[in-house]
Design a protein around this ligand. Structure first.
Ligand code: UDP
Length: 235
C-alpha cells in the first residue's frame, strides 16, 4: 500500500553515473529505473526531475570564460540527456514513460504544460520533467519543487547518497545526528544541505513536504513511498 498518490522523484545526474558519477552507468541506472518502475506498477503516479551533473562536470571549472547563462543552458541540456535516457530505461522495465521539456525541443521532447503532465500521470505514465525550470540561475532541486507544486504532488522525494539530513557531516563527525523530521525554517536557519534556499523557500511557501532518502539503500525508495520512516522529512 502506498502512502502517496502522486510523488515527484528527484534524482541527481551523478546517481545515473554510478560509481564514477560520470556519463550513464547502464547497470546502476537500470537498477534505479527498476525500483522506480516498481512504484509505477504499484499504482503510484510518478513525476521525475533528473539533474545533469553527470554530463556537466568540468563545465563549471570553465566558468570564468563562459557566461553564467551559457553554463546554465549546458546544465539544462544535460538534464534533457538524462531524462531521455531514463525514459527509455523505464520503458525497458515495462512501464509507460514520457519526457516533457521546459524548453521547446520538438521533436526530442514535448513542451511541458501542467494539463498534459497531469493527464499523463493520471494515465499511469511516469512523466519526466526535463530542462529544469527552463531558466538560468535555478537548480534542478528548484525545478523539482516547482513541478511538484504545479502537478499537485503529495511529496518531493529527493534521492541522495546519504540516508537523510544530519546536524553535521556524518563522514567527518561520527557523532553526527540524523534528523527524522525537520522544518523548513530549521533548514534555512542552520544552512543544512537539503536543497538550495530557493527550493526550500518555494516548498515552504506551498507546504510541499520533501523527503530526503538514500538511493543506495536498496528498497529505501519503496519503503519511503509505503510511508515507513526513512531518511529525513522536511515539512
Ligand atoms: N539549471 C538551470 N536552471 C534550472 C535547472 C538547472 O540553469 O532550472 C542548470 C544549472 O546550471 C545546474 C545544472 O543545470 O547547475 C544541472 O543541474 P543540477 O546541478 O541541479 O544537477 P545535479 O547536481 O542534481 O545532477
Amino acid at each position: 500500500m502506498s502512502a502517496y498518490r502522486r510523488i515527484l522523484l528527484k534524482l541527481s545526474g551523478e546517481a545515473l553515473g554510478g560509481e564514477s558519477g560520470f556519463g550513464l552507468d547502464a547497470k546502476r541506472a537500470g537498477e534505479i529505473a527498476a525500483e522506480t518502475a516498481a512504484l509505477v506498477r504499484s499504482g503510484v503516479q510518478v513525476g521525475l526531475v533528473l539533474g545533469g551533473g553527470n554530463y556537466f562536470r568540468g563545465v563549471r571549472d570553465a566558468g570564468d570564460k563562459l557566461e553564467r547563462t551559457t553554463v546554465d543552458a549546458m546544465g539544462m541540456l544535460a538534464t534533457v540527456i538524462n531524462a531521455l535516457a531514463f525514459r527509455d530505461l523505464l520503458r525497458a522495465e515495462g512501464v509507460p514513460a514520457e519526457t516533457l521539456s521546459a524548453i521547446a525541443m520538438e521533436p526530442l521532447a514535448v513542451r511541458f504544460d501542467k494539463e498534459r503532465a497531469v493527464a499523463l500521470l493520471e494515465a499511469g505514465t511516469a512523466t519526466l520533467f526535463a530542462a529544469g525550470t527552463g531558466n538560468p540561475y535555478f537548480s534542478t532541486d528548484t525545478a523539482a519543487s516547482l513541478r511538484a507544486i504545479e502537478i499537485g504532488a503529495d511529496i518531493v522525494m529527493k534521492a541522495t547518497k546519504v540516508d537523510g539530513v544530519y546536524d553535521s557531516d556524518p563522514k567527518k563527525n561520527p557523532a553526527a545526528k540524523r534528523y527524522a523530521k525537520i522544518t523548513y525554517a530549521e533548514v534555512l536557519e542552520k544552512g543544512l544541505g537539503v536543497m538550495d534556499a530557493t527550493a526550500v523557500a518555494l516548498c515552504r511557501e506551498n507546504r510541499m513536504p520533501v523527503l530526503v532518502f538514500d538511493l543506495n539503500d536498496p528498497g529505501a525508495m519503496a519503503r519511503a513511498v509505503a510511508g515507513e520512516s526513512v531518511g529525513t522529512l522536511m515539512s
